[in-house]
Design a protein around this ligand. Sequence first.
Ligand code: ZN
Length: 441
Amino acid sequence: MMHLYNSLSKQKEEFIPLDPNHIKFYSCGPTVYNKIHIGNARAFIAADLLSKVLKGLYPKVTYVSNITDIDDKIIEASKRENLSIKDLTKKYFDIYMEDIGLIGINPPDIQPFATNFIKEMIAYIEKLIRLEKAYEVNGNVLFRVSVFKNYGCLSGRIIEEQKHGKRVEVESYKENENDFILWKPSNEKEPGWNSPWGFGRPGWHLECSVMSEITLDIPFDIHGGGNDLKFPHHENEIAQTCACNGLDNATDFAKYWFHNGFLNLEDEKMSKSLGNVIYIKDLLNEYQGNHVRLALLSTQYRQPIPWSKKLLDQAKSISKKINSFLEKYEYVESKFVKNTKIADALLDDLNTPKAIRIMQDLVQSATFDPNEVATYKYIFEGSNQDVSIDDITVQEIEKLIAERNAARNAGDYALADKIRAKLSKMNVSIKDVGGKTEWKI
Ligand SMILES: [Zn+2]
């Protein structure tokens, strides 16, 4: 039996599926306007971890994670990079997929793009207006929060004008400060679609309500995302979905609410050399994807991760020790085996640090247990180990490095980065030292 912390009830609960023959899980995905940083990666690795454990336990699991490809940040980035919205979102979607692959995250089973659901979002808004749960003002459509009495049930938060002892200035078109945008007008330079309220685009919160309901049907088992999404994003999703379907409780939408903790950059040295935002590829000069994966999983998903060079170095050294032990057992297939100590640790609210410690103890005492090894591999080795070291010849690596250097000399840094990512996928890390490129496996 799995136990999972439910952010809605604020306690660890036994996970009882709505239908044990088909588990349904939705987690908020990226807005594709920039490379994902290590803090974003934490949310994706937590969702991936949960989906892997569920897939180890149940015969059928559908894990959905959306792609936000229309948003104000995307519009700004497309101006900045002088790319069309379509080209910009395609570019960053591809980078996202490559980056998550480098740290062993499997793609979700269904990855709906917001712009493919505009028609459905318009129909959803029309229904909310018909039910008098939304209203239009000058091309804006707003959700009327006062109609949903459980607003604030997840986060405990609600914006109240009087709350902080001062009046919050309410945008003139809002009936109430808590009301949020379902549809907003676009000018002729901005992307938009024709709607009953004029040319415009949907609000961000709406897409998750619409796409989760279409892809999974409601209620579904688990809704996830980063802690920062509890308010207002998930609170607004709950209000929309419940209001549109005549439901009272968040559990009528999703039974369990799963949120991961933050990642704190605690290392001044690291933020000095890499900047305050650390991208996955920045780490791959010094570390392999599976070191970064282990570092991310070395803290239980709900706790804040104190991210530092020390943490990465520790993960690298642990990973090396475990991997050299596992080399002897390459024939053991990666598989989630129930009733192992590692599986039990994971079933207890995904206690990855405990699972790692169990594996370290086995290594320490040189104890080979095929079931523990299979389960460890299944969770911690990730999925993209498609090129094994045995298949790589030195010539191939050196050819790729030469190609990368040629690309760098020609100023084609995008290609150079791509080649570096390819090498990293082959478990080869490279370092540029004094005009030369050193590499190691
Ligand atoms: Zn969402």
